[in-house]
Design a protein around this ligand. Sequence first.
Ligand SMILES: Cc1cc2nc3c(=O)[nH]c(=O)nc-3n(C[C@H](O)[C@H](O)[C@H](O)COP(=O)(O)OP(=O)(O)OC[C@H]3O[C@@H](n4cnc5c(N)ncnc54)[C@H](O)[C@@H]3O)c2cc1C
Length: 411
Amino acid sequence: MPSERPILIAGGGPVGLVTALALAQQGFEVRVFEAERRIDDSPRAATTHAATLEMLEGLGLVEEVTRRGLIEPRFRVWDRASHEIIAEFDFGILKSDTRFPYVVQCEQHKLAALALERLRALPNAAVTFAARVTGLAQDDLGVTAEVETSDGARRVLGAYLIGADGGRSTVRKALGIEFEGYTHPERFLVLSTPEALGAEFAECSRNYFSDPDEWAALFKVTGDDGRGLWRVVFPARPNESDEQAFAENMVQARLQRFFPKSGAYRVVHRNIYHVHQRVAASFRRGRVFLVGDAAHVNNPLGGLGLNFGIHDGVDLCGLLARVTRKDAAASILDEYDRFRRPLNVEYVQQQTIANKKRLEEKDPAIRAKNHAALRATAADPAAHRAYLLKASLLESVRNRNAGECAGATPR
Ligand SMILES: Cc1cc2nc3c(=O)[nH]c(=O)nc-3n(C[C@H](O)[C@H](O)[C@H](O)COP(=O)(O)OP(=O)(O)OC[C@H]3O[C@@H](n4cnc5c(N)ncnc54)[C@H](O)[C@@H]3O)c2cc1C
């Protein structure tokens, strides 16, 4: 084993479990503590980009993720009022850049369940559910996590601790690290229905609708029965309560306004989320690292948050493996915060903020300018490719591998 003490992971969400698998496959002893009794299956991430598919291939997961999901090479940006396609983007243009010139729409709980299955087959990994990390201490030799279970509290010793415990991260708070940024005033309402919302929209699994009054996003996922589910994301009105947003008449009115049809829609999930743009002031303190939503959160327009979180875990695993095998000095761990934080700001925060602004813009002149710019980008092969290299996070991974990053703090 590369280290005597195990690596501890707080949080068995998709990022914690995929990070655990990456580490366990490198031979590390890994212990994951998940506060809940089971994997959270609420409808959140589904879009898995090319850069992430490449990493999942390295972990032996890509075939199964693709089998459990659906392949979609395109996405469309529509003008909601006129039902006109403003621009269509096709990841197929990246066929010389990646083996995966498309996204795979696979719900995050399926990815988490798959990683868990693989971890359970490895003797050097253990995942404990209903085990909440409540505190930590560290010194030069290791880290101690306080873990609370139904049998009481205990202390667990590790070589390192990885906080993969989501946006409200206890680990981040225990380290006293600021979560810098802001919270959007409106929450996002997600409705899922097995019924397609209009034949023209059903041609593509990823659709974004620009509208000055109520933007929307529409995605297809396979669903638990594999028959397909459509998810619509709307901004909730500021101050709209859960009860108001979930009320059957409000839900039907929203969907019918979006795409009228005779009869009611069958709605199988109603969820509402607070949406933030926040980045931890530091992704590392000593032997403790933050990955995934514990380190950064963003709006879901572009499908980037989980993707970048997986990249965090794979990046960190590579650094820890080099240090533990003595291929590199421990100072190389500084690269984790030095690169990942600015890369998140440049590729995830900036793109998701711009995507939201473009969809919700109210000023007709700015809307027209934005739409013209999108059309021009889609029409020019070089600009189209450059846009998708960013949107797929391939460019961020390339820059990281080349040791280049605009905002990286100097050594
Ligand atoms: C509507 C919506 C759509 C989205 N779509 C996309 C998309 O298409 N693509 C994309 O890349 N991203 C998307 N995202 C973002 C994505 O869902 C998150 O980035 C992702 O869930 C982050 O995974 P995580 O494992 O870091 O955190 P989480 O999924 O929040 O998991 C954290 C885990 O830690 C556990 N935990 C918390 N505290 C403790 C503790 N103290 N001790 C132990 N365990 C603890 C929790 O129970 C949880 O299981 C979307 C988000 C939303 C809301």
